[in-house]
Design a protein around this ligand. Structure first.
Ligand SMILES: [Zn+2]
Length: 224
């Protein structure tokens, strides 16, 4: 049986990138990717720079540790419940990026204000109710419920969860959520941002998911 070494390394590499960008502080934050029957998740309380593929933990859809010598992230239920609820998602990253975490303290919903949000996040970014630290099951349920069909959600007084079809897409989503949070704060400094109409959000999302970079999305028709 494959031990998913490449997938584990890809998660670790992405965490190191996010840490270098300041999105992950200390051992805060965690990441996962879907695998058949469950997920691969980062271990609890291990420095990102020290994590090796052998430290990664495999957890079943029901939440049972299948493989790994370390305890899984304390927030594994967040990852597991999202992956169980959203078959379209293949990877989940939880970060404490600064601007989005700041907005999480205001329990704000961020409307769709910029095209990259339509495309990569696909919806508004809602904020959960506050779930006290340590209530892992409750946090997982609240985050999966609040995420809905979006690819980004704020965790009240805590941080961010971003998702994508692949690890690369989920990392990108984490970056986009942080940029949206910055833009939201910038726009609110001078006025009230005007959301993109819902039908354009849906069409942009559709284009990103299925047409972006393909022949169907050419600006100029091909010569025949
Ligand atoms: Zn956290």
């Amino acid at each position: 049986m494959s031990d998913y070494r490449d997938l584990k390394q890809a998660i670790i590499d992405s965490c190191l990138r996010l840490q270098a960008m300041g999105y992950l502080v200390g051992t805060y934050g965690n990441a996962s990717a879907r695998m058949p029957g469950g997920l691969i998740v980062t271990p609890s309380r291990v420095d990102y720079a020290a994590i090796t593929p052998d430290d990664m933990v495999i957890v079943s859809e029901e939440g049972r540790v299948i493989a790994g010598h370390r305890p899984p992230s304390s927030e594994t239920s967040v990852h597991r419940m999202i992956l169980n609820a959203r078959p379209d998602i293949g990877a989940v990253f939880h970060t404490h990026s600064l601007y989005a975490s700041a907005l999480s303290c205001l329990h704000m919903t961020l409307p769709v204000i910029i095209e990259e949000q339509s495309q990569v996040i696909g919806a508004e970014i809602r904020c959960t109710s506050y779930v006290p630290a340590g209530q892992h099951q409750a946090l997982g349920e609240e985050v999966a419920r609040t995420l809905g069909e979006s690819n980004g959600v704020l965790l009240a007084n805590h941080g961010v969860v971003a998702c994508g079809r692949t690890i690369e897409e989920a990392v990108f989503a984490a970056q986009v959520v942080e940029r949206i949070a910055q833009m939201y704060l910038l726009t609110r400094a001078v006025g009230t941002p005007i959301p993109i109409p819902q039908h354009y959000v849906a069409s942009e999302r559709e284009r990103w998911l299925y047409k972006y970079g393909t022949a169907a999305d050419r600006a100029v028709p091909e010569e025949t």
